[in-house]
Design a protein around this ligand. Structure first.
Ligand SMILES: NC(=O)C1=CN([C@@H]2O[C@H](COP(=O)(O)OP(=O)(O)OC[C@H]3O[C@@H](n4cnc5c(N)ncnc54)[C@H](OP(=O)(O)O)[C@@H]3O)[C@@H](O)[C@H]2O)C=CC1
Ligand SMILES: O=C(CO)[C@H](O)[C@H](O)COP(=O)(O)O
Length: 470
């Protein structure tokens, strides 16, 4: 029997489409699913001459070339550990397991160590692009043992999306959990990007008074310029989508957002790293608030200002400029987290290469990612993306619009937490006074936590006096 190039475990949306993508690129693929029904259904409904299904794990593993390459495309969390429990006793030294799911990077670090004890190479591979990306070319973020990477590199570069310059959107990211970390923060940026789009929609609809058809045209126009991105493009489609029952589908969707957790993980991680990614946190909280207990009641008893309209091209352009400025801040925050994590976990992340693999295939693919790559090519040690000449000029040109739009939204009672977080970040970063001297004084007063002085070196504690009788 001719042995197969790679095995895919998990025949749900992502695994089945990735297996077909690999097969289309000439690889012989073995597939297996934890319960047989999905495998059966896949083989019947989407047969491919280069794909063979297996119903026993030992037969699946026996069908693979050495070193065996086994890709897991299964639900993140306990199922991955459970599959490892089943796989590890059946594998040989040098075999490779690739977890392509949205696993938590801390779990990936643990699994990497666990597999290494058995001589097995474990890769945590971020994959972005959803169903279509998996089938036609996703962005791929592999993390794991660098020496073994050439074993899997050709397959993943073949199936990855290709950017406009023809380069595959797949690059080795770093050791152990680096690939999953980069994917986690990618998803965090995805949350912020989507929240900004939702806030622009609120402004256009409730302050601008534009209907869905008009907003669709505005988004379509934005998508021809510097805001060009996958998410702006699909938003333009969504605004134009009619519902069978009349009206538009968008207006029939309950105004409460779900989440699977990668954005929340990014936010929690930023707290651990001590990096401000307030826009991603704001986007997570916006989803939380959309489901908040008592939201229906709050609507009836908390008084809101009456809406005042601002129609016209100048207003639409101000929203566009705000969106662009805030989007730059969101990416600057995400890349600041990469910089901190790279040092903490000793990953030596290549920020320019990361931006370059986001150029196609993934959910946050956008025109301006090329500019991020250029910024890090010019200066790989950039402290903050905002200091790059291109982004600095854009921020300075567009921040007036951001201030204007935030003022309008606040006056109209429209929640715009991500736009606001972008501006607060810029102001906190650039203001010469942030009030931290008083924080230090208060800490020193009640806890002798000490402070530094502006006029001399050293660490000081002051004996504060009670000037008022309590
Ligand atoms: N859907 C998307 O757009 C994207 C998803 N991802 C990630 O890719 C992975 C796969 O996603 P998706 O295809 O949507 O599938 P799901 O996340 O819905 O997971 C379903 C798959 O997991 C398997 N599974 C569940 N429990 C176990 C278990 N205990 N042991 C073994 N297998 C188990 C299922 O098998 P069974 O049917 O037998 O229960 C099925 O094959 C996930 O980690 C997801 O987060 C990444 C990028 C985009
Ligand atoms: O990984 C993805 C795309 O890159 C998934 O689509 C993402 O998990 C969606 O996340 P959430 O359900 O939390 O919005």
């Amino acid at each position: 029997m001719a042995l197969h190039d790679i095995g895919v475990v998990g025949m749900a949306v992502m695994g089945s489409n990735l297996a077909l993508n690999m097969a289309d690129h000439g690889y012989d693929v073995s597939v297996y699913n934890y319960t047989p029904d999905l495998t059966e259904q896949f083989l019947q409904e989407r047969p491919h001459e280069k794909i063979t299904g297996y119903f026993e794990l030992k037969d699946f593993l026996a069908s693979l070339k050495r070193p065996r390459k086994i890709m897991l495309m299964i639900m993140a969390g306990a199922p991955v550990d459970s599959m490892l429990d089943q796989l590890l006793p059946l594998l040989d030294t040098g075999d490779i397991i690739i977890d392509g799911g949205n696993s938590y990077f801390g779990d990936t670090r643990r699994r990497y160590d666990r597999c290494r004890e058995d001589g097995i190479h474990f890769y945590g591979m971020g994959i972005s692009g959803g169903e279509t990306g998996a089938r036609r070319g996703p962005a791929i973020m592999p993390g794991g043992n660098k020496e073994t990477y050439p074993e899997i590199q050709p397959i993943y570069e073949a199936i990855a999306a290709k950017a406009a310059d023809g380069k595959p959107c797949c690059t080795y990211i770093g050791e152990d959990g680096a690939g999953h970390y980069v994917k986690m923060v990618h998803n965090g940026i995805e949350y912020a990007d989507m929240q900004l789009i939702a806030e622009a929609y609120l402004l256009l609809k409730y302050v601008g008074g534009y209907d869905n058809a008009a907003i669709s045209k505005i988004f379509h126009e934005w998508n021809q310029g510097e805001l060009k991105s996958f998410l702006i493009g699909i938003a333009a489609d969504i605004f134009a989508e009619d519902d069978e029952a009349g009206g538009q589908v968008l207006d029939k969707i309950v105004d409460a957002a779900g989440q699977k957790g990668t954005g929340r993980w990014t936010s929690i991680e930023s707290m651990k790293q001590g990096v401000d990614i307030s826009m991603i946190t704001a986007a997570c909280n916006a989803r939380v608030m959309s489901n908040a207990l008592g939201r229906a009641k709050a609507r009836t008893c908390i008084e809101m200002p009456a809406l005042s309209h601002q129609h016209g091209d100048d207003f639409v352009e101000a929203v566009r400029q705000s969106l662009y400025a805030a989007k730059i801040v969101a990416y600057a925050q995400g890349f600041s987290l990469y910089k901190s994590a790279s040092e903490t976990y000793d990953w030596h992340l290549d920020y320019g290469a990361i931006a370059s693999i986001f150029r196609a295939g993934c959910i946050i693919q956008a025109e301006f990612l090329t500019k991020i790559t250029e910024a890090y090519d010019k200066n790989p040690d950039l402290d903050n993306l905002l200091f790059d000449d291109f982004f600095l000029a854009k921020i300075n040109a567009n921040q007036g619009a951001l201030r204007q739009i935030i003022g309008l939204a606040i006056a109209n009672g429209l929640p715009i937490p991500a736009f606001s977080a972008a501006l607060q970040y810029l102001d906190a970063y650039s203001s010469p006074q942030v009030g931290a001297n008083l924080i230090q004084a208060l800490r020193d007063y009640f806890g002798a936590h000490t402070f530094q002085r502006v006029d001399k070196e050293g660490t000081f504690h002051h004996h504060w006096h009670e000037h008022y009788t309590k």
